[in-house]
Design a protein around this ligand. Structure first.
Ligand SMILES: [Zn+2]
Length: 121
């Protein structure tokens, strides 16, 4: 169960169609295993010098994941309590994907995640 695999393109499509994490941060039905265990973490970044957001979506039950980077929608503020809690681990987030998702699961179980998302428009 610790092996990470990727959601298939049709599973990613199903998630994108049915779920809007920016509006609803609760766990979601997994299109692969059927558990309500899909979680997302958003990370502020820059892409080509513009504000962007990396999104990691994974299932805590079957360990499937997907990630993407997109422009930060105007007016969106994403809190990142992990960064404040543990800046060193936060900086080293991309050294190992299995470690990253294990960490994100712990943060979720500890109530640090999901993060709060605020629209200021
Ligand atoms: Zn699953």
């Amino acid at each position: 169960m610790n092996q990470l695999t990727r959601f298939t393109p049709s599973e990613v499509e199903a998630l994108g169609r049915d779920r809007n994490f920016l509006r609803d941060q609760s766990e979601w039905l997994c299109p692969s295993c059927g558990e309500v265990s899909v979680r997302t973490y958003l990370r502020n970044t820059k892409h080509a010098n513009r504000p962007a957001v990396i999104s990691y979506t994974w299932c805590a039950a079957c360990r499937k994941m997907t990630g993407s980077t997109s422009p930060l929608p105007p007016g969106l503020t994403i809190s990142d309590p992990w960064r404040e809690l543990d800046p060193v681990a936060w900086e080293q987030f991309d050294t190992s994907l299995p470690k990253l998702f294990a960490r994100l699961d712990r943060l979720w179980e500890d109530g640090v995640l999901p993060q709060s998302i605020v629209w200021t428009r």
